[in-house]
Design a protein around this ligand. Structure first.
Ligand code: G
Ligand code: G
Ligand code: MN
Ligand code: NA
Length: 250
């Protein structure tokens, strides 16, 4: 309750910050994409984790204007970066169901001048599961615009191979829980290898999330996975730091 009130009275530009974390191509070692990750510093509660405030923002509908703010910030930054760097933005189910997210996105793309194929929207597999007509149609319209779709935290929900085909996503992000145990647990390595094989068979790009060690990197690279993201490369960092990171090893 208290958090909801604080969230409702928050000033986006002063109370929120967008951090960025790179996704690295495992062959070329170059950054392909930066993912925008939202942070909230509440006047009363201090730093609040997204896992805490995103669900409140969703329930209260505030995720619609807040999500538009995130999209605008992220696309503005990307339009200022080299054209081979994409930007990824997390979309929540509420944004798709309770607003015209396709209109919002196409307006922001034309205002910022960002080419649609440089925007990747990250959705979770639960969103695909409920087989909702609006969601379905919104995703198809986004793809028709040229926007790319990534499936976040893959493997944690009721992942069905059928959904991957039906919705033709562009990228599959393998949940970090599989990556965490990959070194000690042969089952997890087998799962990662299977997901990578599947995404390639379907013409999609695979990403390993939560890479923290060189040992994990070796196994992930050997699995044929295309890209990786994690503290090993960089934690989520502010805009000026991601620009420095890109300048050093774009
Ligand atoms: O930044 P962190 O790794 O702590 O993110 C925790 C969760 O919050 C992740 O599931 C991430 O997808 C989600 N998240 C972060 N930023 C945003 C955002 O701008 N919009 C939405 N909908 N979710 C976000
Ligand atoms: O659900 P989503 O993948 O959007 O959330 C990304 C979350 O993962 C963010 O909260 C981010 O801070 C976190 N994260 C990013 N890299 C790593 C990592 O290497 N290890 C761990 N434990 N968390 C990470
Ligand atoms: Mn994500
Ligand atoms: Na994820």
């Amino acid at each position: 309750r208290m958090l909801e009130l604080q969230l409702r009275s928050a000033n986006f530009d002063t109370d929120f910050e967008l951090l960025f974390q790179p996704l690295v191509d495992l062959q070329t070692k170059k950054v392909t994409t930066i993912e925008a990750l939202l942070r909230w510093t509440s006047t009363f509660h201090g730093t609040v984790a997204p896992d805490e405030f995103i669900p409140i923002a969703e329930d209260s509908g505030l995720i619609v204007p807040l999500g538009a703010w995130v999209l605008e910030k992220a696309c503005t930054l990307a339009s200022d970066l080299p054209p081979y760097i994409n930007v990824a933005v997390n979309l929540s189910a509420t944004q798709i169901r309770r607003s015209n997210v396709v209109d919002t996105i196409s307006t922001i793309l034309s205002e910022t001048g960002l080419s649609p194929d440089r925007l990747e929207v990250e959705i979770t597999e639960t969103l695909l599961l409920d087989d909702n007509r609006e969601v379905n149609s919104a995703l198809r319209q986004l793809r028709a615009l040229g926007v790319r779709i990534s499936l976040d935290d893959f493997g944690t929900g009721y992942s069905s191979l059928a959904y991957l085909r039906r919705f033709t996503v562009d990228k599959v992000k393998i949940d970090r829980s599989f990556v965490a145990d990959i070194v000690g647990d042969p089952d997890h390595l087998a799962i990662v290898q299977a997901i990578v094989g599947l995404t390639h068979a379907l013409g999609m790009t695979s990403v390993a999330e939560g890479l923290e060690t060189e040992e994990q990197l070796l196994l992930i690279r050997a699995s044929g996975c295309d890209e990786a993201q994690g503290y090993l490369f960089s934690p989520p960092v502010p805009e000026d730091e991601i620009k420095e990171f890109l300048a050093r090893r774009g």
